[in-house]
Design a protein around this ligand. Structure first.
Ligand code: ADP
Length: 273
């Protein structure tokens, strides 16, 4: 009888091992599939701006100095797109966004961050990256200090500003509006671009999702930027909301708790650094 029981226990154990094995195999398959998808998307998206830069450089080399100067803004935009793509892929792997889904909290390197300086630098980078757009910056009053990972917050602002530029026409205005909302920092990034259909609003921010409107444009993208933005903001106990009117424009709102904000459930950001 004892042997029978031991045998049953053994069977149970084997069942558990086999379940764990199945789960592991599933995860590995999923990981390989998402890595393959990432690689395929990224290599495709690298090709477009790279070949445009090649064509522009060939034209510049054949033409006079004036022609070359006129081509510079296009080359700059394509280079910015490439830079953003590479940064997104690197941040994606740092946050294990694609392989690990939404589980786990990414490791944050927290520092005191001056919101004004953060926004100024992002605005300056936008000027350089999108020379054909106008940028209006409005800062109301004193902004709260943040306890945040500055490298990741830079990704948030660069991605949102870059989308505002990418999905709107050259010559249009992008507005950056920052203010304190209680203890939190609220930043609105508003464009006058193609907009997002209401049925797509809930889906943008899912890795690799791109709207038909954006696919129709010549500018590329992999559909990782907003997913990163959401994940980074979540990790900072902040949030992203999007409002959009197709054909009119989009407003992305970032809310980030400042130092001393009450809504830090686990006290991680409030801990005295
Ligand atoms: P990417 O821009 O690389 O495609 P994102 O994750 O940054 O990826 O954005 C996902 C999708 O959301 C975009 O492909 C586009 O369809 C849509 N989108 C994001 N920002 C805007 C915007 N400001 N205006 C219109 N569509 C946008």
């Amino acid at each position: 009888r004892l042997d029978v029981r031991a045998g049953l226990r053994r069977k149970d154990e084997l069942g558990l091992v086999s379940e764990a094995f199945d789960e592991m195999a599933g995860r590995i398959t999923q990981l390989l599939r998402s890595q393959k998808e990432l690689l395929a998307n990224v290599s495709h998206e690298l090709r477009t701006p790279l070949s445009r830069i090649r064509v522009a450089l060939d034209l510049a080399a054949e033409g006079d100095a004036q022609t070359a100067r006129e081509l510079l803004p296009d080359i700059t935009e394509d280079l910015s797109e490439l830079e953003r793509l590479v940064s997104d892929v690197l941040t994606t792997s740092r946050l294990e966004l694609v392989t690990d889904g939404a589980s786990g909290v990414p490791p944050l390197r927290l520092e005191r961050v001056d919101a004004n300086a953060l926004l100024d630098k992002a605005a300056a980078r936008f000027h350089t990256a999108r020379p054909k757009h106008r940028l209006e910056v409005q800062v109301d009053g004193t902004l709260p200090t943040l306890e945040a990972d500055p490298v990741l917050l830079r990704r948030v602002l660069d991605n949102l500003l870059d989308n505002a530029g990418k999905y709107s026409e050259p010559g249009t205005t992008v507005k950056l509006h920052a203010r304190a909302e209680g203890d939190s920092l609220q930043v609105d990034i508003q464009d006058q671009g193609i907009g997002i259909e209401s049925e797509d609003l809930a889906r943008v921010g899912t890795p690799f999702f791109r709207t038909d409107r954006s696919r129709a444009r010549t500018t590329g993208g992999v559909g990782l930027g907003l997913a990163l933005v959401r994940r980074i903001l979540e990790a900072h106990h902040g949030r992203l909301t999007l409002e959009s009117q197709p054909g009119q424009g989009t407003t992305a709102r970032v809310v980030l708790p400042g130092v001393g904000a009450a809504d830090t459930p686990d006290g991680r950001l409030a801990a005295g650094h």
